[in-house]
Write a protein that binds this ligand. Structure first.
Ligand code: GLY
Length: 342
């Protein structure tokens, strides 16, 4: 791909731009040069995820490898919403959803996967070694074991066990609008919401490597206390994740049912194809959900995050509080998403 702003060109442009105080990023934009490599991910826990992905991207590695490495980082931590330490369904069982997609539209996914630590890697195995896209439940677990993924003990993390016991005392299914990883509790601390109520936030990440190729991945334990067997958007290509290497990529976090109803991330990518910026594309998808049922939308959160082929990114959410993390040669920081209801 011609005209990519890699590290060497970035340093060269930095040197050129220094005397006239113009940022290399604005030069890149002016010349339509993509900013690569870059990785973006949902929530502030994305900072650690991005750091892991960056090790690969900054060594000129492939975006698909960066995505898998980043997702594995958070799957290795104990937190409410991703991996085996996450909150269980209403039967007390942790079931994991994940999907992955590369620049060739290859994709793989698992849903309702139990007792396997790295659903993102199983999803990649599905993508690379089977003619299928999505494996679910026992079949997904059997596939994982046959491919050498160890079966982990069927034990809840301490935080998930406490959350589940608390939930059993009233058994209300009422998703909390935002789950942010409060920095004062550490980046992936368990149960980080103001009232201590467990809920979820999904980890979705998108990367463009130094060759300008896009990939994405999503991993989650899904909505806390969901019905056993419920599958969210994070296992569904076009809902929780979509990548089109000619246009851009998008991912989502929040109430998966709302995202599935509008094929959310596919819609975001199509809006970008029509010439909208990543942020405007996300906004239009959010507005599609809100328009369907404004009163209901006031009670729930969905956030979309997107990146185009120039390395421009943006996000939009139904509610205030959705944040995302960005790592490139220009920045390493958390951004607030704009929203409909403040
Ligand atoms: N967005 C993840 C889920 O609804 O499970």
């Amino acid at each position: 791909m011609a005209g990519i702003l890699d590290r060497r060109k970035f340093l060269h442009l930095s040197a050129l731009s220094a005397p006239i105080l113009v940022s290399p990023k604005s030069i890149a934009n002016a010349y339509n040069i993509p900013v690569v490599p870059i990785v973006i991910s949902t929530w502030d826990a994305g900072m650690e995820v991005n750091a892991e992905a960056w090790k690969i991207l900054s060594a000129n590695g492939k975006s698909i490898d960066a995505i898998e490495a980043g997702a594995r980082q958070i799957e290795d931590t104990i937190n409410c919403c991703v991996g085996l330490g996450g909150n269980p369904d209403r039967d007390g069982i942790v079931t994991l959803d994940a999907c992955i997609m590369d620049e060739h539209s290859n994709c793989g996914a698992v849903a309702g996967l139990e007792r396997i630590k790295h659903p993102i890697s199983v999803a990649r195995k599905v993508m690379e070694t089977t003619p299928h896209v999505l494996l679910v439940g026992n079949g997904a677990q059997q596939f994982a074991i046959e491919n050498g993924f160890p079966m982990e003990p069927a034990k809840l993390s301490d935080s998930a066990e406490k959350a589940y016991k608390d939930w059993l005392s009233n058994t209300k299914y009422e998703p909390v609008i935002n789950v942010e990883n409060k920095k004062n509790n550490g980046p992936s601390a368990p149960n980080f919401f103001p009232d201590g109520t467990p809920n979820h936030d999904t980890m979705g990440l998108l990367a463009m490597d130094s060759k300008g190729n896009l990939s994405g991945g999503v991993t989650t334990s899904g909505m806390a206390f969901k019905l056993h067997g419920r599958v969210g958007d994070s296992a569904i290509i076009g809902a929780g994740l979509f990548v089109d290497n000619e246009v851009g990529a998008a991912t989502s976090s929040g109430v998966g049912e709302e995202v599935i109803r509008i094929s959310g991330t596919h819609l975001v990518v199509e809006f970008m194809r029509q010439g909208n910026s990543p942020k405007l594309a996300c906004k239009k998808a959010v507005e599609r959900i809100v328009k369907r049922d404004r009163q209901k939308a006031k009670t729930l959160q969905v956030g979309f995050l997107a990146m185009n082929k120039k390395g421009e990114y943006g996000a939009y959410a139904i509610q205030k509080g959705f944040v995302f993390s960005v790592k490139s040669n220009h920045e390493n920081r958390i951004h607030d998403a704009e929203y409909v209801f403040g």
